[in-house]
Design a protein around this ligand. Sequence first.
Ligand code: SF4
Ligand code: SF4
Length: 232
Amino acid sequence: MDEKSNNNRDRGIDARRRRLIKTAAVAAASLMMAGSDVALAGTTSGKRRGRRFVMVVDVDKCYGCYACVVACAHENNVPIGVFRTWIERYVKPDGTVVFVPKQCNHCDNPSCVEVCPVGATYVNEDGIVLVNDEICIGCGACIQNCPYGARFFNPIKGVADKCTFCSHRIYQDLLPACVEACPTGARIFGSLEDEESEVSKLLRSTKTEQLKKWTGNEPQIFYKGLPGEANT
Ligand code: SF4
Ligand code: SF4
């Protein structure tokens, strides 16, 4: 092999080495970030958080138009056949029909986070439960361990998926797509850290319920006017 070929071969090895080192560094940084968020998740209950994002759902205002479901699917490229939010329909003994919007509850004590073997799902500093697509291996442990059926396997991305409270929007001072789309104001979103926010005022003045509180997950979606049938 002549000197030029040797130089080319050495340059190739160096480039591969640099790429490997860069990939390892990115992976290590991602794992460290996920690890710190998982540690935060273990000591949550809102005490160490910046903002505390929650949603209040006024069941009496929902008339099942599905505007929120469509807006969510459009905003988040949700594949056909799976949902980040959905509407359940209940018929009361008196024949009245009640619609109950559901989604990930962004639990304060999320059972989906504790079972993830690679730290891909985590709680961010404002209490939003998220999935890091770069780390998720699609094993489905979190899907199995969510008592609300709020997670699904995204067949296009090959990872676990769920509501993110439209985190890409709310950090630009926009509302989650479902909240913006609702024509009746049945979904109210905000932070409990702001005592004057609409959600803070509502939670102080109105009786609300959380879904399956007995699980110990401490869900952060609060329902006004929830029928008992919707909470089993
Ligand atoms: Fe996790 Fe399910 Fe709670 Fe959402 S509702 S944070 S997916 S346990
Ligand atoms: Fe109910 Fe509002 Fe969703 Fe329509 S957009 S289904 S009224 S929550």
